[in-house]
Design a protein. Sequence first.
Length: 296
Amino acid sequence: MPKLVQCVPNFSEGRRQAVIDEIVEAVKSVPGVIFLDCQSDRSHNRSVVTFVGEPQAAKKAAFKAAETAAKLINMEEHQGEHPRMGATDVIPFIPIAEVAMEECVDLAKELGQELYEGLGIPVYLYEEAATRPERKNLASVRKGQYEGLKKEIKKEERQPDYGRAELHSTAGITAVGARPPLIAYNINLDTANLEIAKNIAKGIRGSSGGFREVKALGIIIKDRDIAQVTINMCNYKTAPLYRVFEVVKAEAARYGVNIIGSEIVGLTPVDALIDVAEYYLRLENFNKNQVLEKRL
């Protein structure tokens, strides 16, 4: 089996389809890369692109996509509900086949240097590629967002891993890292009370004493006038979707609030969904090899 790396860059554009299409075409133009998915959200004003490829091909595709985003996205004009700090906000490399996490760390470091030297975009390294313990957590890296980082980046502890201590004038700054697969999962509430969503997020995220492998924020989806708990499920095996859903449901009920829906952003391992089916259907003696697609 050939070496295979997954890359899931997030771009600060979810409304202008022509811009999104150009970024996707930049990815598709690289030989040896297979484009898998692109999901965009107007309220978040963000697009999540997923592709796989041989390590160096994946790195090249990530660079070309970031180059395209830097030309077409001006962070001085960007507004959206999701935290962000750059036109290409984050680029994670994920080992899939015949690739160790250390190789993805090396890819992240190589790309970080290339983004600054080739495009003038400063870079933070995060997760497994982090050079400081506090930078493993993307939320810590992105604290202050684009606007706040204009000043914060001057502080010694906030200076980038690659580049000078100043943001690119329009493209901002990018976080590049290596990590295991995660599930981007959002839960929508039938309230516009932001504090309720924030309190629920605090209750489930690991940094506040919740699920160790869960990161969460409370935000408002202005287009729908509802609050949302936006979640990164960093390890669906230790913190499965159904368990997080049930805790959010119970916490929301304390405020007289209901869940009106949830969504998965981007791709997800099928086992994560099978776990949900097993739980809610109360399947007995179920074997995952009973799933037709797993046998093909």
